[in-house]
Design a protein around this ligand. Sequence first.
Ligand code: ADP
Ligand code: 5GP
Length: 212
Amino acid sequence: MTTVARRGVCLVISAPSGAGKSTIANALRAGDSSLVHSVSVTTRAPRPGEKEGVHYHFRTMEQFRDMAAAGELLEWAEVFGRGYGTPRAPVEAALAAGRDMVFDIDWQGHRLLRDALPDDVVSLFVLPPSMKELDRRLRSRASDAESEIDKRMGAALAEISHWSEFDHVIINAELDRAVREAQAILVAARLKTKRQHGLAALMTEYEAHRPT
Ligand code: ADP
Ligand code: 5GP
């Protein structure tokens, strides 16, 4: 098979908390081992089962602010009173190597990342089928305290109000369908003409076979 050199895609997935973005991102990675997950830094406590360096890099607020001040974060924001940010070095390495990355970040992170990497970001906003279902999903996660769930439910409409800033919107009613739709967006992004910089070399090869 002919493979054409290309730049990596930064697939940003945002949603109100509980809509299913981590579930969709995990399914994308499970179906494509070449996808790199951008592991964010956070100052919140780990949920049961969350591992340092896998789900997040868990840091104190002081460490987080030091990283931001040193320019080690490509973007960062305060969400629910806690610091969240994207480490810069892994993103730069993946893009240069032509590997795709998935970012589970909020609308503020999306805006900043788009400013930092305008040609590389493809964004996807995930909506719940209804606010009632969002509330049910937040409660089904069961690892967050009641007050935390109320805070996230209260912030949901503010997050949702940014839907139109994103390239694509998926309503996550049926998970399998939502995952297939997210896969289609990623495939289409990979095939963008301007991303496939290796096409010029392929054209040279074609030319070599021009009948004389
Ligand atoms: P987010 O990352 O957006 O905060 P999660 O991916 O953690 O949300 O999903 C929240 C809860 O909803 C989880 O318990 C997850 O299993 C469940 N969930 C996700 N998508 C669906 C779906 N399409 N149908 C039913 N439950 C879902
Ligand atoms: P959670 O605490 O549920 O893992 O995430 C809370 C919110 O923070 C979610 O909306 C998530 O997308 C966002 N978030 C996670 N990592 C980052 C990050 O690196 N940057 C930004 N801007 N938001 C993030």
